[in-house]
Ligand binder design. Structure first.
Ligand code: GMT
Length: 376
C-alpha cells in the first residue's frame, strides 16, 4: 500500500507513534510518505520505502498567523497525485484531520477518492480540541473521516462524552518494539556517571507540561530518597521545568536530580532505570509508561485516563488517584523494597508491555487501511 502519514514531528507521543508506525510499515514493504513541517525526530530516512515531504509555510508580514492548514492541504493534494497515494492517515485531530478533509474535497473535484483515517491521541480531544474555539471544526473533521481510531478505550469514551460524534471509533492501542536486553557499553554515557553502585535510578520523561504534574514527581522522589539511596533523572523539556527545579532546590534535593532536557537516547536512559514515575492529571494512554515497561522498568502512575489500560496495578507497578503523592511514594517504596521484589516487578513490567508488541498492533492498522481502500 502507499500510505501518507501526517503528524507532529516533535518529541510528543503522537509524533513518536506515527513515526514508528510508518517505519514499521516501510519494513513490511509498504511505501510510506511522511508529510509534515520538519523531519520527525525519530525518523531515519535510510529506508527505500520512506519518503519525507516538507510542508513550507512562507512567512508573509500581513498575516498575524501563518496559514499552516492551507499549506498542508495543498501539499497533501500534490503528493497524493504525484505518488498515487492509496490512503491518508492523520495523527492528532488538530489541525491535521481538518486539513486532510480539505485535501479530500480538492481531490474529489479531480476525480480522486482518498480515504482518510484519523487517529485521536489525547490532548486533541481532552485539552485542546474540547476548547469552544475549536470544538465545531474538530467534531466536523472527526465525523468526516472515513475511519476514526483512538489509542485507548478511555479516550474513545471521552470523545463520545465531549463531542457529538456519529462515527464508530475503533480502539487501536499504542505499541512498542520489544527488544531483547540491549547493551549500551560502547556509548559515552554510563550508568556509573549517573548513580553509584548502591543507588537506585528513578526516571520521569515527558514534555513538562502542567498535565504531567511535575511537582508531584519531585515530591514523590523526595519521599523515596529519604528512605532509599536514589537518583532522579528528569528527561524532557517544557514550561514546568523551572518550577520543578525550584521545588527541588527548596527541598534540598537538587544535587540528587539530573535534568537532561530532550533526549534521543531514551532506550539507554531506561536501560539504567529502576522505576518510572508518571503522576499525570490526564493521560489518554501513557506511551512513556509503556516505553519504560518494555525496558523492564516498573511504573508508579496516576489512574488518569487510559493509564489503567497500560499499567497493571500491583503487577507492572501501581496506580493511585491523581495528586495522591503519599500513596505513590508508599507504592514506590514497595517496589524498591529489596532486590528480589524489584526484579519481580521489572519482569512483570516487561511481560505486560509484550501485550502491546508492534507485531500484535500493526496488523490492526494494516486491516483498517485495507478496509479504507476497499471503500473507494
Ligand atoms: O503527553 C502529551 O502531552 C503529548 C501528547 C501528544 O499528542 O503527543 O500525548 C498524547 O498522545 C500520546 C500518544 O498516543 C499518549 O501516549 C499520551 O497519553 C497523550 N497525552 C495525553 O493524553 C496528555
Amino acid at each position: 500500500m502507499k500510505i501518507a502519514i501526517v503528524c507532529y514531528p516533535t518529541f510528543g507521543g503522537s509524533g513518536v507513534v506515527a513515526t514508528e508506525l510508518g517505519v514499521e510499515l516501510a519494513k513490511r514493504n509498504h511505501e510510506v510518505h511522511f508529510i509534515t513541517y520538519s523531519q520527525p525526530v525519530r525518523l531515519a530516512l535510510l529506508n527505500p520505502n520512506i519518503y519525507y515531504h516538507e510542508v513550507n509555510v512562507p512567512e508573509y508580514p500581513l498575516f498575524h498567523y501563518q496559514p499552516y492548514e492551507l499549506a498542508l492541504s495543498s501539499k497533501l493534494v500534490d503528493m497524493v497525485k504525484q505518488f498515487d497515494i492509496d490512503v491518508l492517515h492523520v495523527h492528532y485531530a488538530i489541525p491535521h484531520a481538518y486539513a486532510g478533509y480539505m485535501a479530500k474535497q480538492m481531490l474529489k473535484e479531480q476525480g480522486i477518492d482518498l480515504p482518510m483515517i484519523t487517529t485521536l491521541h489525547g490532548t486533541d480531544i481532552t485539552l485542546v480540541g474540547n476548547h469552544p474555539n475549536y470544538k465545531t471544526a474538530v467534531s466536523f473533521s472527526i465525523n468526516n473521516s472515513d475511519f476514526v481510531t483512538s489509542v485507548s478505550s478511555s479516550l474513545k469514551q471521552s470523545t463520545y462524552d465531549l463531542f457529538d460524534i456519529k462515527k464508530n471509533i475503533c480502539v487501536i492501542p499504542n505499541f512498542i518494539e520489544i527488544k531483547e536486553n540491549t547493551e549500551f557499553n560502547d556509548t559515552p554515557c554510563k550508568r556509573s556517571a549517573i548513580a553509584s553502585k548502591g543507588e537506585y535510578i528513578v526516571t520521569h520523561i515527558s514534555n513538562f507540561r502542567k498535565v504531567k504534574r511535575i511537582e508531584d514527581v519531585i515530591s514523590i522522589f523526595y519521599g523515596i530518597q529519604k528512605q532509599i539511596p536514589t537518583k532522579l533523572l528528569m528527561v524532557g523539556d517544557g514550561p514546568e521545568k523551572e518550577r520543578a527545579e525550584r521545588l527541588a532546590m527548596e527541598l534540598g534535593i537538587y544535587d540528587k536530580i539530573i535534568f537532561f532536557g530532550n533526549s534521543t537516547e531514551i532506550e539507554q536512559i531506561l536501560s539504567y532505570s529502576d522505576l518510572f514515575l508518571l503522576p499525570s492529571e490526564t493521560e489518554s494512554f501513557g506511551l512513556a509508561a509503556l516505553e519504560a515497561m518494555a525496558s523492564g522498568v516498573p511504573v508508579i502512575s496516576s489512574n488518569a485516563g487510559g493509564l489503567s489500560e497500560v499499567n497493571e496495578n500491583g503487577v507492572s507497578g501501581f496506580l493511585s488517584d491523581v495528586g495522591d503523592v503519599k500513596n505513590m511514594t508508599e507504592n514506590a517504596l514497595i517496589v524498591l523494597k529489596d532486590k528480589d521484589t524489584l526484579l519481580k516487578y521489572k519482569e512483570n513490567a516487561k511481560k505486560v508491555a509484550e501485550k502491546f508488541s508492534i507485531e500484535k498492533v500493526l496488523p490492526l492498522y494494516e486491516d483498517l487501511y485495507q478496509q479504507a481502500i476497499e471503500l473507494k
